[in-house]
Write a protein that binds this ligand. Sequence first.
Ligand SMILES: Nc1ncnc2c1ncn2[C@@H]1O[C@H](COP(=O)(O)OP(=O)(O)O)[C@@H](O)[C@H]1O
Ligand SMILES: [Mg+2]
Length: 264
Amino acid sequence: MGHVKIENLTKEYVNRRSVKRQPGDAARPGEIMRVLDNVNLEFQDGEMVCVLGASGCGKSSMLRIIAGFDTPSSGRVLIDGKEVKGPSADHIFVFQHNGLLPWMTVWQNVELGVRHISDEQEKRHMVFEFLDMVELTGFENHYPNQLSGGMQRRAELARALVVNPDMLFMDEPFTGLDYLTQLRIREEVVNIHSYIGKTMIMVTHFIEDAVIMADRIIVMGDRPTKVKAVYEMKFERPRNLETNKELAEIRDDIFLKLGVSYAV
Ligand SMILES: Nc1ncnc2c1ncn2[C@@H]1O[C@H](COP(=O)(O)OP(=O)(O)O)[C@@H](O)[C@H]1O
Ligand SMILES: [Mg+2]
């Protein structure tokens, strides 16, 4: 459970606003913008993959299609051999920035993930366990706006994990966090991944996070995007960019692939 195959995936958006409407030609088609250009990729069961690419190249579009929230223009996505036709809330969870419901407490937010469980005691046990895992014990009755950004993100992580999804998709989960909090959450995600062993696909624009965390890094090219480079990251964890020269070389290589010459 947790194998993803992307076959010849193409996505085009019709950009209606760019077309000046003339009276009487309401049916005139808009300009077509190709975002994903025949993308082929495979994610193995239990793998932690980071996807990097310039802003606006189509990373979120790809993730939304894999998660079933959007449809491809052509090509398809197979999860465990079955074509994705729509979102599957039970198996897959998209970890979203600012996804907590502000009128619910931390406990209630996490409990949402297990609302289908009728056994109250089991439900309580699960919520308790996952809040403990992300070190939020003691904050159950707080509302999201009473938490720091990092704590909010950990609560979101608990809510995603309590669902026990086969896969976890994360779209820039560290954006907006201060540097130290980002490092802590990164460590948390790596620990959780090694603990639960689920397939995780994380879109990020932090190259160093990808180098520290990933089993494999996918670098996407500019729009219309294709896979530009793939890095197998068979390095022991914890990883240290300061001491491991090979890691630093990969980082610099990715910077170059993304059109930035690092450390010049
Ligand atoms: N629903 C949509 N309709 C039209 N254009 C879209 C839509 N979603 C995204 N786009 C455009 O597609 C391009 C890729 O967007 P996105 O996948 O969000 O990129 P990324 O996540 O890599 O920054 C952008 O130019 C964006 O404006
Ligand atoms: Mg995006």
